[in-house]
Design a protein around this ligand. Structure first.
Ligand SMILES: [Zn+2]
Length: 72
């Protein structure tokens, strides 16, 4: 395992700026709290716009919530 010395970075899903994947960045994969909230808001709107689908949102299941949010 040699990942510990490697500097990882991701692109902010909202504004596409480069975000260092470090423990200090509590908003990752977003660059800031604002981008994080924007993306969460869009995700909720998308879910509500799906026609004819029954929405099963279980926000107490955090693992499931994270997968749905980041797999698009
Ligand atoms: Zn951003």
């Amino acid at each position: 395992m040699s990942l510990s010395n490697k500097q990882l970075s991701v692109k902010c899903p909202t504004c596409k700026s480069t975000v260092d994947w470090v423990p200090e960045n509590k908003f990752k994969p977003f660059c800031c709290d604002r981008c994080r909230l924007i993306d969460l808001g869009e995700w909720i709107f998308e879910e509500k716009r799906i026609p004819g689908e029954s929405i099963e949102l279980d926000l107490t299941d955090e693992d499931n919530f994270s997968i749905n949010n980041y797999s698009k």
